[in-house]
Design a protein around this ligand. Structure first.
Ligand code: CA2
Length: 160
């Protein structure tokens, strides 16, 4: 049975496509979900968005318990810069984690430049717009399928 990829989205990303298209583009989160499912093919995708830190942590625990998820793609949005609690939850997940940002956070104001999450991430994608989700899902499948019995073994050597 193919394990699902969890694609988790943090606060305000439900507004994508409606505001600030110069930074975040015009693609809505519903359209991104469709792109992720297409990119995943037969592999199931748990695509979710929350404005709650607690909910995000609970979903990471769900993905972690019984090694339920094959991998996590996460756009933690503003929690990237504030949430040690989400970082701690991600550290408990044994499989690969791709941290994703639509914009290139490194070109933005200083408060957006240092993501706490990157300490737990196998890889980071930033600045590819909505297309970054497709790249993340494709890369995640490649990582998982290289080591179907234990994706944890790939931590630190993903895609080399
Ligand atoms: O570029 C990204 O994906 C971000 O994670 C988005 C976060 C921002 O805090 C990060 O620095 C980078 C903010 C998401 C806010 O979502 C909006 C959606 C529509 C319009 C305005 C904001």
């Amino acid at each position: 049975m193919l394990k699902p990829i969890y694609v988790l989205n943090g606060p305000n990303l439900n507004r994508l496509g409606l505001r600030e298209p110069d930074i975040y583009g015009r693609t809505t989160l519903a359209e991104i979900e469709t792109l992720c499912r297409q990119a995943a093919g037969a592999r199931p995708v748990e695509f979710r968005q929350t404005n709650s830190e607690t909910q995000m942590i609970d979903w990471i625990h769900e993905a972690t318990d019984q090694d339920r998820a094959g991998g996590i793609v996460i756009n933690p949005a503003a929690y990237s810069f504030t949430s040690i609690a989400i970082l701690d939850a991600l550290k408990m997940f044994a499989g690969p984690i791709i941290e994703l940002h639509i914009s290139n956070i490194h070109r933005r104001e200083a408060i957006y430049q240092h993501s706490l999450m990157s300490r737990a991430a196998t890889a980071v994608i930033a600045g590819l717009g909505a297309r970054g989700y497709v790249a993340a899902v494709q890369a995640m499948i490649e990582i998982i399928e290289r080591d179907p019995t234990g994706a944890a073994a790939l931590q630190g050597e993903a895609l080399r």
